[in-house]
Design a protein around this ligand. Structure first.
Ligand code: TPP
Ligand code: MG
Length: 330
């Protein structure tokens, strides 16, 4: 990376440090989740490790005070950037009553917050994409200046939900961004067995929308492309399909053994391009991440992860009598 690319994009030193801190918090929380899972304390983990750069680049290009996001399960970086806290994420992982996502009812990583404009999601992949299109249509009908974001994996870009949503949004020129986080795998299925076209973004043309593939390990590159897509949406020029290419650094989930379908060497090779550390080097090279700043960031992040873990572990479970709440009218 060259020097001070962020200045050319209109990003202050303060903002890029905030981006880095959010990426780091997402990574450290995710790592803690795996430890808690292996210690038998939480039932399930599905990770965003390796995708934080894409998520943070995208989230910071949106207006986090008014836009809506329909994230998918790996988007911890996006929801942290939109204001969800480490404690809230841990409460969800421990399935505790105070979990704001679902009161401990949903699987973890099914992010949701009315206050933060994070749309709730279902477990069938890609359903959130149509929801984001609905938000964009509502914004258009009400004359509100809102952009909707939906993310999904490259495997999910084969689902009918994606194609129907993209077609509708393209026809009606809706202010929605489809962000495909291409991490090379859909569970055990590698990219080359998922798509016949070269790039997911090639599909944009079929729906009359702007499409671009970008290095998902580079938050500034993702920010730049997303900003273009967001500006287009705000100007009434319709939807965009952005594909961020990175690599899933963990197994699909805590229930998956990835060594049955890929090699250790392949994973080690991908780690060399890990966006978190590439960005860290960039910030050090241009003098923004000083030793002093780094120490303070590490301390804040470590504290947040420990505090969230302790808080959520000690928090009460939901009352058994409340199990049917939100299912039947009360
Ligand atoms: C409709 C549907 N089919 C299958 C599944 C099981 N499933 C969960 S995640 C996943 C892989 C999705 O891959 P991709 O879209 O590339 O996202 P990634 O997990 O790689 O981020 C599958 C098949 C599901 N949840 N929903
Ligand atoms: Mg994938």
């Amino acid at each position: 990376m060259g020097k001070n690319r962020h200045e050319a994009l209109g990003l202050s030193d303060e903002t890029v440090l905030e981006m880095y801190e959010t990426m780091l918090l997402a990574r450290r929380l995710d790592e803690r989740l795996w430890k808690l899972n292996r210690a038998g304390k939480i039932p399930f983990v599905i990770s965003g490790q390796g995708q934080e750069a894409a998520q943070i680049g995208a989230a910071f290009a949106l207006d986090r005070s008014k836009d809506y996001v329909a994230p998918y399960y790996r988007d911890m970086g996006v929801v942290l950037a939109f204001g969800m806290t480490a404690r809230e994420l841990m409460l969800s992982a421990f399935a505790k009553a105070e979990d704001p996502n679902s009161g401990g009812r949903q699987m973890p990583s099914h992010f949701s917050s009315r206050k933060l404009r994070i749309l709730t999601q279902s477990s069938p992949v890609t359903t959130q994409v149509a929801h984001a299109v609905g938000v964009a249509l509502a914004a258009r009908m009400k004359g509100e200046d809102i952009v909707a974001y939906a993310s999904f994996g490259e495997g999910s870009s084969n689902q009918g939900d994606f194609h129907e949503s993209a077609n509708f949004a393209g026809v009606h020129k809706l202010p929605v961004i489809f962000m495909c986080e291409n991490n090379q795998y859909a569970i055990s299925v590698p990219l080359k067995k998922q798509l016949a076209c070269e790039r997911v973004s090639d599909r944009a043309a079929g729906y009359g929308m702007f499409g671009k593939t970008v290095d998902g390990n580079d938050p500034l590159a993702v920010y730049e492309v997303m900003k273009e897509a967001v500006d287009r949406a705000r100007r009434g020029e319709g939807p965009s399909l952005i594909e961020t290419v990175s690599y899933r650094l963990t197994p699909h989930s805590s229930d998956d053994d990835d060594m049955t379908y890929r090699t250790k060497e392949e994973v080690e090779e991908a780690k060399k391009k890990d966006g978190l550390y590439v960005f860290q080097s960039y910030l050090k090279d241009c003098g923004v991440l000083t030793e002093e700043k780094e120490k303070a960031i590490n301390e804040r992040v470590d504290f947040a992860v420990d505090d969230a873990t302790d808080y959520a572990e000690q928090a009460p479970y939901a009352e058994p009598e409340s199990a049917l709440r939100y299912v039947y009218e009360e």
